[in-house]
Ligand binder design. Sequence first.
Ligand code: NAP
Length: 303
Amino acid sequence: MEPVAPGKTRVGWIGTGVMGAAMAGHIREAGYELTVYNRTRAKAEPLLARGAVWAPTPREVARRSDVIFTMVGFPADLRQVVLETDGVIHGVTAGSVLVDMGTGEPALARELYETLQARGVASVDAPVSGGDIGARNASLSIMIGGDAEVVAGLMPLFQCMGKLIIHHGPAGAGQHAKMCNQVLIASSMISVCECLLYGYKAGLDLRKVIESVGSGAAGSWAINNLGPRILKRDFDPGFFVEHFLKDMGIALAEAGRMGIALPGLALAHQLYQSVKALGHGRSGTQALMLALERMSNVEMPAV
Ligand code: NAP
């Protein structure tokens, strides 16, 4: 595949939510012609104001684009915007490329790869880590599965959105790498909340605690970025609890298929079920604090 370039490559973007709006914005800023579609048009308006063009369906996005990105929520949404009525598959032309940057099932990534390959269209899975902040700052870590030659051609587009871009292997490998990421985050989110709960009951100044532990060997993105949000009782997303549940469900199913036990992941999955049951499915993942507080009959004040 010829490397992409502004003025030459027409880009399409489907899904302009928390992550997608910011990521697509960087591509527009880099000078690419951009066609967008989202279920709720209002969320695409800021991009339209910056020169992106609206398309009424994913099919129409595909018809007008050489590279089509998807950044929707769940595997069922990806299936809908690509394979179902008015989906990308009905608008693509041979030689174009689909790039899914959402987090989803490795098996679906392989299915899309094979289905589109039969039409002369390449497909790449390129999920990301770095959260809403990474999307806004174009500092995402991008984990890629797909054909090496296609991935190389797409590099200038990935560089608009991310700082660390790694090709992990064939279709589905990007999603597997992202599952490794989610397995790692799952237990660390429990640690972040338990650390703060302990510090609170011990009577410590939690801002000082975050400062001390966040820059030492125990430091993590989660304690440094989500810890302060918890102290402010800011449970807005960020990263939705219901999306994290989706990811942990996928990772647990894959682990089961591979015959391995991941007890830390299973515990986090159960605790997040509780967060959802408390009415916080559309809160950010830092809302885990609410479930742990409830277990210990604690409610930390905003500081
Ligand atoms: P989001 O804010 O819910 O964005 C998803 C967007 O896709 C929404 O604007 C939604 O439309 C649109 N959409 C969903 N289904 C659609 C459909 N069937 N047809 C058309 N549009 C559809 O979620 P997000 O936080 O950006 O996350 C997107 C993906 O990235 C998820 O797979 C998530 O797991 C992953 N991810 C998120 C983060 C994070 O920190 N947020 C980090 C890494 C990866 P509406 O506007 O109508 O809802």
